[in-house]
Write a protein that binds this ligand. Structure first.
Ligand code: FDA
Length: 306
C-alpha cells in the first residue's frame, strides 16, 4: 500500500482526478486548514492559544522557470514580513526545489540566504525541508553555504538514509540546526533503510547524537519531528538521563496528526511546533501523508460515503 501510494504521488493523471473531486478535498482538510497563508496563520493562532508554536510552508515542488522561483521568494518574503505584527511564534520552512534548485543551485542559494537573513532579522529560524534522495547532496551543499552567512537556519535530515550519519557528523562542527525526520519518500534499499525498526533506531541514535557535549558546545539545535509516541518517550528519557533541560530541544508534528500527544507534551512542559502546510499544489504531499498511515485512506473512503 505504501509503495502504491508513493508511486501514485507522482502520477499526473491521478493528480488531475483527485484535485477535481470534492470528497478528496474534504479529506485533505484534515491535514491542511486551507489553501492560503491566511488560513495557515488563522490555524497558527488557534494553536498558539494552546501554547503550541508553528511552522508554515507553502506546498509545491518542482518549478518550470526562474519567474516561478521569484514568485515563491516574493511570497515567503511577504509571509516573513507579516509575522511580527501577528504576534505568532511561527517560523517558515521552504523546499529548495521551489526556490530554484533544479534550475540553478546558485539561484536557490541566493534565495535561501535572502529568506534566512529576513527571518533572522525578526528572530525566527528559517527551515529547509529535505526532499527525495537525489536532492540531498545539493540541499546540504546549499545549507552549508547559507550557514556561512546566517546561523539561524536549520535543515531537515532523514533518518532512513544510509548516508545521514556521515552527513550529520560533517554538520555538527558548523553548529547546525537539525529537524530530524524519518523520511517520507520512496527510496531503494541501497539508499534508505527498508525496515521500520531500523529507521526508528537510526532516528533515535542520530537525534540523540545532537545532545552530545561537542554538538551542544558547537551550538547545535535539535527538533524531534515525529508522531511516534514510543520514540518520543524514549527520547525524553535519554535527554533526562543526560541532564538536558526541556529548553534544550523541541518536538514537531504535522497539523492534524496526534493532537492528543501534542497537548500532552505541552502540558508536560515540552516545547512543540506544528507544521502547517497550505497551497493549491497539495496532491503529492497528501499522498505521502496517506502512505505514512494507510489507515488514512479510510478517511478518504468515509468522506466519500458521507
Ligand atoms: P511513524 O510513521 O512510525 O508513525 C508513528 C505514528 O504516528 C503512527 O502509528 C500513527 O499513529 C501516527 N502517524 C504518522 N503519520 C501519520 C499520518 N500521516 N496520519 C495519521 N497518523 C500518522 N519528511 C521528509 O522526507 N522531509 C521533510 O522535510 C519532512 N519534514 C517534516 C516535518 C515535520 C514537523 C514532521 C512531523 C514530519 C516531516 N516529514 C518530513 C515526514 C516524516 O519523514 C515522516 O514521513 C512522518 O513524520 C511520519 O513518520 P513518524 O515519524 O510520525 O513515524
Amino acid at each position: 500500500m505504501r509503495r502504491a501510494l508513493l508511486a501514485g504521488s507522482t502520477n499526473e493523471w491521478l493528480r488531475r482526478q483527485a484535485t477535481r473531486r470534492r470528497f478528496v478535498r474534504s479529506a485533505v482538510s484534515r491535514f491542511m486548514p486551507g489553501e492560503t497563508i491566511d488560513d495557515a496563520l488563522r490555524a497558527a493562532g488557534e494553536l498558539q492559544r494552546e501554547r503550541i508554536g508553528t511552522i508554515v510552508t507553502q506546498l509545491g515542488e518542482n518549478l518550470a522557470d526562474r519567474s516561478d522561483a521569484q514568485a515563491v521568494l516574493d511570497h515567503y518574503r511577504g509571509v516573513i514580513d507579516r509575522l511580527p505584527a501577528t504576534g505568532l511564534d511561527c517560523e517558515v520552512s521552504v523546499k529548495l526545489t521551489q526556490l530554484g534548485l533544479d534550475l540553478d543551485p546558485d539561484l536557490a542559494l541566493a534565495n535561501t540566504v535572502d529568506l534566512a537573513r529576513r527571518s533572522a532579522a525578526i528572530g525566527r529560524r528559517l527551515w529547509i525541508d529535505m526532499e527525495a534522495s537525489n536532492y540531498v547532496e545539493r540541499t546540504l551543499d546549499v545549507y552549508r553555504k547559507v550557514l556561512a552567512h546566517e546561523k539561524l537556519v536549520g535543515v531537515a535530515m532523514q533518518a532512513y538514509l544510509h548516508r545521514t550519519a556521515a552527513d550529520l557528523e560533517s554538520l555538527i562542527p558548523l553548529g547546525c540546526a537539525i529537524r530530524m525526520v524519518k523520511g517520507a519518500y520512496q527510496e531503494p534499499p541501497e539508499i534508505a533503510m527498508a525496515k521500520k525498526a531500523d529507521v526508528d533506531e537510526s532516528f533515535f541514535r542520530l537525534s540523540a547524537r545532537l545532545l552530545d557535549d561537542d554538538a551542544r558546545r558547537a551550538g547545535c539545535h535539535v527538533t524531534i519531528a515525529t508522531h511516534d509516541r514510543a520514540l518520543i518517550g524514549r527520547w525524553i528519557a535519554a535527554a533526562e538521563q543526560r541532564g538536558v533541560g526541556k529548553d534544550g530541544y523541541e518536538f514537531a508534528m504535522l497539523y492534524g496528526i496526534q493532537r492528543a500527544e501534542q497537548l500532552r507534551l505541552v502540558a508536560a512542559g515540552h516545547r512543540i511546533r506544528v507544521l502547517i502546510s497550505y497551497g493549491a499544489s497539495w496532491f503529492p504531499w497528501y499522498m505521502r501523508r496517506l502512505a505514512e498511515r494507510p489507515a488514512n485512506v479510510w478517511f478518504v473512503v468515509k468522506s466519500l460515503a458521507g
